[in-house]
Unconditional design. Structure first.
Length: 157
């Protein structure tokens, strides 16, 4: 189970929610995932994301799969994973941190979201706490991460 932040390319004339509604209506859980087919512009966006995250945050590991591109941070404050598919991206943080460690990893996740937004024009939203990543407060996200992580540690270990 992961804490997820979603980023999407809002379609012209639509709100974020309307864009998500359209994406969800088109989703077929029984169909194979579509193969990754990035435009040259999307490939350039990914290259800029990799470059900036590496320069501004630190070491990352990157992989290309049939259905998307992935990067993971390496080292402290913890693993943050970004999956990129061109018109959508998703940031995942495992529910394993609480207290100050939760804040450090959520600040990292929000920093990556800001980089993705700046380099791609995607719009990020943290549905876990109901706030846009561009103006949202990582402290609020860290409180949620911390609370769920603490509960899981006490009840699932």
């Amino acid at each position: 189970m992961t804490y997820d932040i979603m980023l999407v390319r809002v379609q012209p004339g639509l709100t974020l929610q309307e864009t998500l509604d359209r994406l969800n209506a088109e989703f077929d859980p029984d169909a194979d995932l579509p193969l990754l087919r990035l435009t040259d512009a999307q490939r350039a966006e990914w290259d800029r994301i990799l470059d900036r995250v590496s320069r501004e945050i630190g070491s990352v590991e990157s992989e290309e799969y049939r259905h998307g591109l992935t990067l993971e941070t390496v080292g402290p404050p913890g693993r943050v994973q970004l999956d990129y598919c061109g018109d959508t991206a998703n940031i995942e943080v495992a529910y394993r941190r609480w207290g100050p460690a939760a804040l450090a990893v959520m600040e990292l996740a929000y920093r990556i979201a800001h980089i993705v937004e700046e380099e791609t024009g995607l719009t990020g939203h943290d549905f876990e706490v109901g706030q846009p990543t561009r103006t949202g407060n990582p402290v609020k996200a860290a409180a949620r991460l911390s609370g769920v992580s603490d509960w899981a540690q006490q009840h699932l270990s």
